[in-house]
Write a protein that binds this ligand. Structure first.
Ligand SMILES: O=C(O)CCC(=O)C(=O)O
Length: 314
């Protein structure tokens, strides 16, 4: 082998080694208690039988919802790895799906949320992320940067990510950085609410592999991100955010702003058609780009609404 090639070879090996060393993974057993890390992992909250039913309900809801088009801000619109626009989530869904509303209020979830937050909670927001094959990852951010305007402080809300499908590194499982939650981390240009990916490169990452029915809880100060789904199956997760019950109008305050912001972005943004959706059977369909909807047309009559609080007496 010529000397030059040997040098390149060693440089490559040592670079890869350094990058490997730079990624510090926190294992499940190393995860600190909630008070310290504001992150907590719970296995098998729901049984496999229950999860089968929940997955079926998710598939039916996705295929049944009308108005599934990019101008409907209820659906998350994202650029796929193939450079196409896809709809990858429903946010919110409690007003159109009694099943998912009841699931978000299930005592097995709310009791953990109450214990973590130290008081009664309300359902502040929820979304069903489908993350079909080829869907991009989510950029690094703290939920607090997006949610705090609704009232609660970042330690007065938490998000639970309930796995509907197995979540792994390959299909873009959630990555959390609990040890970095108090750090000032640089933002990327143009979005002060996000965190530059480069700021997290040497931070300790907690990326639990989740089985359906497992859930990870984290408060709104914990930085997180995820990679694209590079597998050939969807990686669905139900992300539910609870807030302390004293912020009883946090839900409507949050969604009011969220819908307005998204509607403005989609109205003024570049032409996003054609747009595709992957149906529950994995088939790709083009979405008909007909009339645009105003944000208030996108939610049912009940609207995202305000929700009764869940008290320990429930
Ligand atoms: O589902 C994912 O891949 C990540 C979602 C996420 O980070 C979020 O919704 O805040």
């Amino acid at each position: 082998m010529p000397v030059f090639s040997i040098q390149v070879y060693w440089l490559t090996i040592s670079y890869c080694y350094r990058m490997q060393m730079a990624i510090r993974r926190i294992s499940e057993s190393q995860l600190r208690p909630w008070a310290e890390s504001r992150t907590s992992l719970h296995r098998e909250i729901f049984s496999s039988l229950e999860m089968e039913h929940i997955r079926r309900q998710a598939a039916q809801l996705w295929d049944a919802l009308p108005e599934r088009r990019p101008s409907n801000v209820r659906f998350g619109l994202r650029g796929s790895l193939d450079d196409e626009w896809i709809l990858d989530r429903i946010d919110p869904l409690a007003d159109v799906s009694p099943f998912f509303r009841d699931l978000a209020m299930d005592r097995r979830l709310t009791s953990i949320a109450q214990e973590c937050l130290g008081g009664d909670v309300i359902l502040m927001k929820e979304k069903l992320i489908f993350k079909p094959p080829g869907a991009p990852g989510y950029g690094a951010h703290r939920d607090g940067a997006y949610f705090c305007d609704a009232g609660p402080g970042e330690h007065e809300m938490l998000t639970v990510a309930l796995a509907l499908d197995r979540a792994s590194e390959e299909n873009g499982a959630l990555k959390l950085y609990p040890e970095s939650r108090r750090k000032q981390l640089a933002s990327p240009p143009g979005e002060a609410r996000d965190i530059a990916e480069s700021a997290l490169i040497s931070e300790a990452v907690f990326q639990p592999e989740l089985e359906p029915g497992d859930a990870v809880f984290f408060d709104c100060s914990v930085p997180h991100n995820s990679a694209p789904n590079r597998s050939d199956q969807a990686r669905r997760g139900y992300f539910i955010t609870y807030a302390l019950a004293k912020y009883h109008s946090a839900r409507s305050r949050f969604y009011d702003r969220y819908f307005r912001e998204l509607a403005a972005m989609r109205r003024n943004g570049p032409d996003k058609e054609p747009c595709f959706v992957i149906d529950a059977k994995g088939r790709k369909q083009v979405i008909d780009p007909d009339k645009r909807l105003a944000w208030h047309d996108c939610v049912s009559d009940a609207g995202p609404g305000e929700w009764r609080s869940v008290s320990s007496a429930d």
